[in-house]
Design a binder for this molecule. Sequence first.
Ligand code: LLP
Length: 419
Amino acid sequence: MNHFGYKQDQLFCEETSVEEVARAVGTPFYLYSCRTLQHHFRVFDSAFAEVPHITCFAVKANSNTAILRLFVREGGGMDLVSGGELYRALKAGVDPAKVVYSGVGKRDDEIDYALQTGILMFNVESEQELERINARAQRLGIRAGVGLRVNPDVDPQTHPHISTGLRENKFGIDGEGSLAAYRRAAGMKHLDVKGVSCHIGSQVTKISPFIDALARLKELVRQLRSGGIAIRYLDLGGGLGITYNQETPPPPADYARAIIGAAREMECTFIFEPGRVIVGNAGILVSRVLYTKENGGKKFIIVDAGMNDLIRPSLYGSFQHIQPVTRRERAEITADVVGPICESGDFLAKGRTIPAVVRDDLLAVMSAGAYGFSMSSNYNSRPRVPEVLVRDDGFTVIRKRESYDDLIHGEEIPDFLQR
Ligand code: LLP
């Protein structure tokens, strides 16, 4: 369920006309629905009400501090992968006791920052990282909460670039080596070994990989406990998929139902790290048609948003619905929807059948709330676009459009080039 729909052929986000926002802020821009974000968070979180748990929103999916604040208000924690994400999460007011820190490449300064903040735990991805965290915690005279991210070697059956729980992926510690790693961790004075974690991949549209992963972790937790390591947290990661096109991912309630029996017996606090399932369908990218043309019998719709604004189609060949902001009686055409970037890979859709458009029409790229703005860049020196949050019949610009000055912020021409 989301709050994007037509009223008299005009696309609305909640009670706000998308065209009106376009008039006020210009194009392109990201538009998020507050009610949808809230609804998705609540649906996910309440699905697991029967077991102690923390819903730690995966900040990488959408890092805007206003959005993070919204989840803080809902009682959410955060899943981070960098010092920058920790900074954002703290700015948004997160309770550090609800923060987990994942990622294969944590630097010392990032580890120190998280230690000083007092986060719940690091999801540690290598034995060397265990040693680093132990050393940094010793230096600060504290104990670090840790869990190991184990690689359960299950196939999430998703795009290879976003599957992470297979043995050959760079993530986590090999399932077989994890017992030994836990034993070492338990012997390190400045570590408090609290948890076990995994994350099998993203845009997962079946329940079975999650069930398999939990079964493997459950066995590991049993072994660890019998060896005297008191595991109190079980982090199942994120990864639940959404409908971009024809996918039929399980709703959070089905996911919960499938694992809750096993979960209850474990007497752990569960941690979930959902990103896409909460924000994906709560945001759109709105763009204006600049030109239309035909090359070698192929039709092109050239819009003012490009791969720097939304890279998912170019990077993963992913499908995002594209709809007119104003519905009109027009014959359908099949065209590539492309951006202004100087790369052939700059497209939002290929061979897409949509109602014909003309210059100045507005198009909405749907399901762009996750890994949209957060993966955007300044490539081709394009200022990053604004982000707008709608609530009922009002909206707030929660990130301004960048200016040309923003583009060169921090750059310096050295003395020897001044003359
Ligand atoms: N936890 C960890 C440790 C992760 O690595 C990820 C995503 C998540 C949670 C959140 O996963 P989600 O619930 O959003 O699936 N840029 C790609 C997705 C990359 C996901 C990376 N890790 C895309 O646009 O499809």
